[in-house]
Design a binder for this molecule. Structure first.
Ligand SMILES: [Zn+2]
Length: 489
């Protein structure tokens, strides 16, 4: 029988929740819903573990480290209304501490798009289940209807959003500590993701939570030292370095739909547990390791090469150089920047049956979709090389990045200014766009200030310049404005 109960919050307010017989239960907590399901009230499975340190940590997470409320309202330093709103969609961040009937937390309910609806599967009853990542990155995919699966572009977008969320945590000195496929919900249809189970965050100055971690996402050094005594200084506990391992695993899974370390190699014939313990811990080996192919599956249709040189390098740092050397792992910001650069190299596959629909065109001499083998339909690839002036060296330019252009490709401030990065703070107003008309290419200025034609004439808003192979034009006369060189390949 369901009945309404009341939770008392730390500030004295009382809120209702519905007690059910078998509340959903995770590793740490169980969950009751609000009568209107707009929030959840969660209590701990083992209340004896709730101590003063834990409540102090929850208070810090809900208050001064909270990026989902503006600094002016007691949230994280540097956050305004706009940023708070942005991150409120990226995290399911606890809103209140419950003090009675026992210690617990209140969190917003996940947005509807992160629950399966009745159209999700022909084979399973999934309606109402939350969209944990591994529904989409494991063999479970085969149970889902095609409309749920998204495409390569939406997986790349989720990788980018997740990197940004983790970068935000790390910037504040926080670490998630239990990042895994269970704690990130994804919606490949829209390319959105949300990080959940925020209450296990590692907060500066307070004792970290005792998190066991999740198989496949625990960093090798944590697994390898797990059996040491709690007070042994060699024991490594979860923190931002170990988040970076989990983040790289999730990105690899989103883009390749497989785990980066689970290959055919047998690490111990003694038992499956020992094999797992070594193969994901002390002896972990990247399935695409460039020097040691002993864990490489026989058939690897697509590899890290197929997602372009920027991501290839990051994956090598995460899983070859940095697998057992945590400081070498790419930071969340490096992933974010690499994914933004890769986004600009995406091409739509012209094969209507291509499952991935988009691919990274890294080899312009061989413009083929690596997923289905389709050669690109466009006659030529139009590529913009973006150059920025070296600071303090007037007239000296270095390549900033590249982007591929199709009809109506927009240029944003992060394409026209070298000091603007495509993050949550960036101005998303289109500055210009490229278009193809009767076989000729043009760039139309919509908002860029100080755009100049190849001949050095000002190009005011609403005016266009014609471009062809070798054209060089100034996107903005700002000191940090980019110069763009056009290549038609
Ligand atoms: Zn294709």
């Amino acid at each position: 029988m369901n009945r309404i109960a009341e939770a008392t919050l730390a500030d004295g307010r009382k809120i209702p929740y519905v007690i059910t017989d078998n509340p959903p239960r995770g590793g740490m907590k169980y969950t009751y819903f609000a009568p209107d399901r707009s929030y959840v009230v969660q209590f701990y499975n083992d209340p004896s573990k709730v101590d003063r340190n834990m409540t102090a940590r929850l208070e810090a997470i809900i208050g001064r480290y909270n990026p989902t409320i503006p600094e002016s309202k007691g949230g994280a330093v540097g956050g305004d209304e706009k940023l708070a709103k942005y991150f409120a969609e990226r995290f399911c961040w606890p809103t209140d501490l419950v003090v009675a009937p026992e210690i617990g937390i209140v969190s917003p309910a996940y947005p509807k798009s992160f629950f399966f609806d009745e159209h999700a599967s022909k084979f399973l009853e999934l309606k109402g289940k939350d969209k944990k990542s591994n529904w989409f990155t494991s063999g479970n995919r085969r149970f889902l209807n095609k409309s749920e699966l998204g495409d390569f572009r939406s997986m790349l977008q989720m990788s980018l959003l997740l990197s940004r969320s983790i970068r935000r945590l790390h910037q504040a000195g926080l670490a998630h500590s239990d990042l895994s496929n269970n704690n990130v919900l994804i919606d490949p249809r829209s390319g959105n993701c949300v990080v959940i189970d925020i209450d296990s965050l590692v907060v500066p100055g307070l004792f970290p939570p005792e998190v066991a971690g999740t198989r496949g996402y625990i960093a090798p050094e944590v697994l390898a030292t797990m059996e040491l005594d709690r007070n042994d200084p060699r024991r490594i506990v979860p923190g931002s370095m170990t988040d970076l391992h989990a983040l790289a695993v999730l990105i690899y899974e989103y883009l390749f739909l497989r785990h980066p370390l689970m290959g055919p190699k047998i690490f111990s014939a003694e038992s499956a547990e020992k094999d797992d313990f070594l193969g994901l811990g002390e002896m972990a080996l990247f399935i695409e390791d460039p020097k040691d192919s002993s864990n490489r599956p026989v058939s690897l249709k697509n590899t890290i090469k197929d997602v372009g040189p920027v991501l290839e390098k990051l994956f090598l740092r995460a899983f070859a150089e940095g697998l057992h050397d945590p400081p070498l792992r790419p930071s969340a910001m490096e992933w974010e920047q690499g994914l933004v650069k890769t986004w600009d190299m995406l091409h739509k596959c012209s094969n209507p049956d291509c499952e991935k629909k988009w691919f990274v065109l890294y080899d312009s001499a061989n413009p083929v979709c690596p997923f289905c083998g389709q050669r690109i339909a466009e006659k030529n690839v139009v590529r913009f090389e973006l150059y920025s002036e070296v600071r303090g060296h007037s007239g000296e330019w270095k390549k900033h990045s590249e982007m591929d252009i199709v009809n109506n490709t927009p240029l944003f401030k992060w394409h026209t200014h070298s000091n603007i990065f495509a993050d949550e703070k960036a101005d998303g107003t289109m500055q210009a766009y490229a278009c193809c008309h009767n076989g000729e290419w043009f760039v139309i200025n919509t908002h860029a200030e100080g755009m100049f034609s190849p001949q050095g004439n000002p190009v005011p808003e609403g005016q266009a310049i014609r471009i062809s192979d070798g054209t060089v034009f100034r996107a903005s006369s700002d000191p940090r404005g980019m110069v763009i060189k056009v290549r038609i390949i």
